[in-house]
Design a protein around this ligand. Sequence first.
Ligand SMILES: [Zn+2]
Length: 452
Amino acid sequence: MTSVSPSPPASRSGSMCSDFSSSLQTEKLAHIMGLNSDDEVLGRITKQLGRSRKIACLTGAGISCNAGIPDFRSSDGLYNLVKKDSSQYWSIKSGREMFDISLFRDDFKISIFAKFMERLYSNVQLAKPTKTHKFIAHLKDRNKLLRCYTQNIDGLEENIGLVMSNRKLPLSSFSSHWRNLDVVQLHGDLNSLSCTKCFQTFSWNRYWSRCLRRGELPLCPHCEALINQRMNEGKRTLGSNVGVLRPNIVLYGENHPSCEMITQGLNLDIIKGNPDLLIIMGTSLKVDGVKQLVKKLSKRIHDRGGLIILVNKTPIGDSSWHGIIDYQIHSDCDNWVTFLESEIPDFFKTQDQINKLRQLKREASDLRRMMKAQKDSISTPPTTPLRTALHSDNDVLNVKITSLNKIKRKILSPENSSEEDEEENTNMKKRAKIRSTFDDKTSLIDPADQMN
Ligand SMILES: [Zn+2]
């Protein structure tokens, strides 16, 4: 449960962050084994995360495993599942073959692919977002999420209100549309079907689910309608084929239909997004396109003095990641989020809670100013003593401050004792001191005293 000390960073230009964060960058990928509160380096990384302003995320199958969705490469992952399922009929070298575009040349492979995808889709419908998905949604709530790039096709992020890239963006005012996206699905979306010919996309329905479960890919209604129209118009239909519907995911060997959009958007994020942290979660980074994405983001973030961290149970090959990823935290992603919650509780306050606290602070500050103004006004004793009236005003102010403090205590949960609490305690002491001075001064002008 110890971490490897980070190697000093290579000299990097254009650092915009503090020396504190720069000193955490490493020349060689450093490993943090487990989640230990006493681990000094882990503690510094956690604090750095808490201070980050714009965070880019990259996620893989590891973040959905706790939702019951299998990953691809592990022993009980998708590749092995599909291999096991089809082995009684036919031998395939690896499960990956079933996710390669060449499968469409073989009816038997199509049948296995269709059945398998329907089963996966049904599983996803029952799955609930994990703690890590909620952490990403929280980053958005705090306005700290630049973008989440995901290799996952399950779309669980949509269940917690994140905006997905499953629709084509208009080319006009691209950047404003891109900015509204939270999650970019690098490998497509299992929750829709697309035509192999016209590329129209459709939502699943019960009829199509049954087709896939039987091992058949349904005919595309859009292509069918076009051909019917041509026939009705007396035009030739020779050579006009009807496409079939398949899950709208990207297979090996085929181009992503939104490749151009993703490249354009990534460049925007790199140039204008000002990311200062990249968190890679639940992936071993085996796919070439994803490796390139990490390298591009890493360069920009390192130049700005930020960090690249990977949270994953499985180790990745170190040598190719030196100077690109600073740390691998060897942990389950949900456990890591739980660790963060205990280490930096303030980070997990909602934006609404933070806004309310700010409002209360402003009101308390206004009240303090009013009290100070009243105190100053009685520094010079008035010709007619007004002790009763002054005490009455003072009491109103004190009641207001007490009620503000009560509201504040409700917002701050007991375990979240924080800098805000400490500051409030100091302020309360100051107010008590002001009140005591106030009382001393008013007692100086007590009519009874004057009579004596
Ligand atoms: Zn079609």
